[in-house]
Design a protein around this ligand. Structure first.
Ligand SMILES: N[C@@H](CCC(=O)N[C@@H](CS)C(=O)NCC(=O)O)C(=O)O
Length: 254
């Protein structure tokens, strides 16, 4: 059983998959793509993942894309140390939460990420270079055009932060309902893995506002203490490790 993961160290979607692989102690070949240089848009990669995004898993030649799908796939083919509840009702709740995470925090976190971390790279491009890059993105062309070379406007940033805040509140409510410490109760599930990178990202950017939600504070401490956390977030996985200018922004917003 050979696993090859096409991913990027700082990619939140990739971090979900690395966490599950590490947690299950599954060795994998890691292919690191440079997303700012456009490795994900090269013809050979597009043959594997026509969306032009990471991650993509190659399992003995079988190609699986989309991070939540990959984590479910891994949990099916490698059921030891399962992240999926036995009870079908609980399983359905887990999947509903995974959909929520893909609809709310996952897109919301892109706005502060692009505005704070990636914008300088796009600002250094000529208009033509920027347009050609945006044009070449199968999934994110409109997103890039909306951001442009001046960044998302304040309203867009405020909306993203509001959606993230509602995510923390939803987590708090789910943990209260299940009895915690994880979203679905005593066992960690793929729903926890799905939301983890958004909180890690906001914490790294020092834009997190769950301090008044003690259940979420404990959840965050627990996930960071999980044995799979450190190998998943190896050096270079946090934006502040990759973009030194962010350390000042993060300090200023503290
Ligand atoms: N729904 C997809 C989204 C994947 C995605 O957006 N990946 C980002 C990194 S987290 C990416 O590759 N972006 C490249 C780009 O925007 O060109 C998944 O969860 O795998």
């Amino acid at each position: 059983m050979a696993y090859k993961l096409y991913n990027a160290p700082q990619s939140t979607c990739s971090q979900r998959v690395r966490f599950v692989l590490n947690s299950k102690h599954l060795p994998f070949d890691e292919v690191k793509l440079n997303l700012l240089d456009g490795d994900q848009l090269k013809p050979d990669y597009l043959k594997l993942n026509p969306n032009g995004v990471v991650p993509t898993l190659d399992h003995d030649g079988a190609i699986v894309t989309d991070s939540t799908v990959i984590t479910e796939y891994l949990d099916e083919v490698e059921p030891a140390d399962s992240f999926t509840p036995e009870d079908p009702v609980k399983r359905a709740r887990m999947r509903a939460l995974m959909h929520f995470m893909d609809e709310m925090p996952a897109p919301a976190v892109r706005v502060p990420t692009f505005n704070l971390a990636f914008l300088p790279k796009f600002q250094a491009m000529s208009r033509d270079e920027f347009m050609a890059m945006a044009e070449s993105k199968p999934l994110r062309k409109e997103f890039m055009m909306k951001m442009g070379q001046t960044g998302f406007p304040k309203q867009e940033m405020d909306d993203a932060l509001a959606r993230l805040r509602r995510t923390y509140e939803r987590m708090d409510a789910e943990i209260e309902k299940s009895g915690g410490p994880w979203l679905l109760g005593k066992e960690i599930s793929l729903a926890d893995v799905a939301v983890m990178p958004a909180l890690v990202r906001m914490y790294d950017l020092n834009f997190y506002d769950w301090k008044d939600l003690p259940r979420v504070v404990t959840w965050f401490d627990n996930i960071r203490a999980h044995p799979a956390f450190v190998p998943t977030y190896y050096h270079g996985s946090l934006l502040t490790e990759r973009f030194p200018h962010l350390r000042e922004t993060a300090a200023a917003s503290a």
